[in-house]
Ligand binder design. Structure first.
Ligand SMILES: C/C=C/C(=O)SCCNC(=O)CCNC(=O)[C@H](O)C(C)(C)COP(=O)(O)OP(=O)(O)OC[C@H]1O[C@@H](n2cnc3c(N)ncnc32)[C@H](O)[C@@H]1OP(=O)(O)O
Ligand SMILES: NC(=O)C1=CN([C@@H]2O[C@H](COP(=O)(O)OP(=O)(O)OC[C@H]3O[C@@H](n4cnc5c(N)ncnc54)[C@H](OP(=O)(O)O)[C@@H]3O)[C@@H](O)[C@H]2O)C=CC1
Length: 447
């Protein structure tokens, strides 16, 4: 038995759940990994010079044992998230520490503590096997997976699963991720695959769409409302392309920051009107490595006022971090909110706290999404209210290049990866809904 037999079953029109359940599992499968004995390979290099193409491998790995409450999924497609870039350059720390720590928690979790880390936090595919106690899903179900892994043994996570002390991001803080032909997930990570999308389109939004939903829309995040001025950094990037759609769909007013004409055009085509090209306008929020330039914050704020008819920002959608955070705090209106989920340019932020306290602003930390938020975000995709922002699709063999593109900011929107899917465009089940949204679905393609 090989993964080819699994693919044949997925592509045959009449395979039943029983047929999938009866398929023997292969002994091994191909997976994107980083290696524990290479975690020092980039020592001494600048972040920018650490090349994911050197650390990312395509290996044959054994199929992991299936535990209670888990599912093995045949992965048709996945996508590159920035967390896989972090893993591949071993920053801010090696993810093997997470696997070791998880492995120490119980006998079954020891499976995750291996000398290789199968990475990837998105998938679209078909359930192959479910473990004891799984009733909601069965072999043959077409699914996407969100990346929240929780144990929920403590009371802490029962109001909001992101607060579970054993909360982990699958494929980053756990092993057996989605950039592979087979993945291991907890069954409560599974959600129905939107029928109007191909495998690679369905695999693209998951992580970033759910994160943007919590960070911007959910009451656990900024709780955006109609009319809010929302400053969106990287508005055509992974997170930003969904934040922009949420702002537009929710009646808010996105002020999109991008770094090229082409990206400005993409934002315009999504429906945004207020766009700032940070490259063309040459903002330099830091005079040197240790000194910010408040004059530049003001110039930026003045530009925002020009675009909004004199208004300031209600919500900043932050993720660049050190380079932009001082400006983000400054341009927020009295009582406004800065919501942050990342620090791509550096995590030791500096801002002038007088502007925060005197103007009663709030900074909200946000991380991924709880199961309900991920489900709500996926539901919006399935209803054709929010669309995938897939630009380019790579083969599993070329995942290193895909991660390099994202690391170097050479990409637009989301970058997809075909895992078992032999070509793009497969897996569409609802042609009618697709037809209604085809232009929006293709908006980011091949640019
Ligand atoms: C969905 C996609 C998401 C993304 O893309 S996010 C971007 C990628 N992710 C990242 O870059 C984050 C990577 N993670 C990290 O950098 C680290 O993961 C953290 C900095 C978040 C945490 O570091 P750690 O070393 O795991 O935890 P500690 O809390 O710094 O150290 C643990 C030790 O510190 C003790 N401790 C914790 N809180 C306190 C306290 N309040 N007072 C005193 N001690 C404390 C603990 O007990 C423990 O101790 P003991 O080492 O002895 O076991
Ligand atoms: N905590 C969480 O749950 C999550 C955290 N993240 C983190 O968020 C960050 C962004 O992820 P994602 O959106 O997928 O990545 P992308 O690279 O797809 O998009 C980020 C965009 O931010 C802009 N940007 C990058 N650097 C700077 C800078 N120094 N100043 C201003 N803008 C900048 C770029 O747009 P442009 O050049 O056009 O301005 C870029 O396209 C990563 O660090 C990631 O790890 C992501 C998802 C979930």
């Amino acid at each position: 038995m090989t993964v080819k037999d699994i693919l044949d079953a997925i592509q045959s029109k009449d395979a039943t759940s029983a047929d999938f359940a009866a398929l023997p599992l292969p002994e091994s499968y191909r997976a994107i990994t980083v290696h524990k004995d290479e975690t020092e390979m980039f020592a001494g290099l600048k972040t920018r010079d650490k090349d994911p193409r050197k650390s990312i491998h395509l290996d044959d790995v054994p199929v992991p044992e299936l535990g209670p409450g888990e599912a093995l999924v045949a992965v048709m497609a996945s996508s590159v998230n920035y967390n896989s870039v972090w893993t591949s350059i071993f920053e801010p720390l090696s993810t093997f520490g997470f696997l070791e720590r998880y492995g120490r928690t119980n006998e079954l979790a020891k499976r995750h503590d291996l000398p290789y880390h199968i990475i990837g936090s998105d998938l679209a595919g078909v359930v192959l096997r479910t473990g004891p106690g799984v009733n909601a899903w069965k072999p043959g179900d077409e699914v996407v997976a969100h990346c929240l892994s929780v144990e929920l043994e403590s009371s802490d996570g029962h109001n909001d699963t992101m607060l579970d002390p054993e909360q982990r991001i699958w494929g980053f803080e756990t092993n057996f991720g989605g950039l592979a032909e087979i993945a291991l997930v907890k069954s409560n990570q599974l959600m129905p695959k939107p029928g109007h999308l191909s495998w690679e389109e369905a695999a693209a939004p998951g992580l970033v769409n759910s994160t943007a939903y919590r960070q911007l829309v959910s009451r656990n995040g900024a709780g955006m409302k109609q009319g809010d001025n929302v400053l969106i950094w990287g508005a055509s990037g992974g997170l930003g392309s969904y934040a922009t759609q949420f702002a537009l769909a929710g009646g808010a007013n996105p002020i999109c920051v991008v770094s090229s004409d082409q990206k400005a055009d993409i934002c315009r085509s999504m429906g945004a009107e207020a766009i700032i090209d940070r490259s063309a306008e040459g903002y330099k929020f830091w005079k040197d490595e240790t000194t910010q330039d408040p004059k530049e914050w003001k110039r930026f704020g003045k530009r925002i006022r020009e675009l909004t008819g004199g208004e300031d920002i209600d919500i900043v959608f932050e993720h660049p971090g050190r380079e932009t955070f001082g400006a983000s705090v400054f341009v927020t209106r009295k009582g406004g909110t800065i919501t942050t989920c990342a620090s791509t340019s550096g995590y030791m932020h500096e801002y002038d706290n007088r502007y925060l306290w005197m103007s009663l602003k709030r900074i909200i930390g946000s991380h991924f999404a709880n199961y309900r938020e991920a489900w709500e975000a996926n539901r919006l995709i399935a209803k054709g209210k929010i669309h995938p922002t897939l630009s380019k699709v790579y083969s599993l063999e070329d995942t290193g290049q895909a991660a390099y593109d994202v690391h170097r900011n050479l990409h637009q929107g989301k970058v997809g990866v075909l895992c078992l899917a032999p070509e793009e465009g497969l897996g569409v089940r609802d042609e009618e809904l697709r037809g209604q949204h085809i232009d929006a679905i293709n908006r980011f393609r091949n640019i």
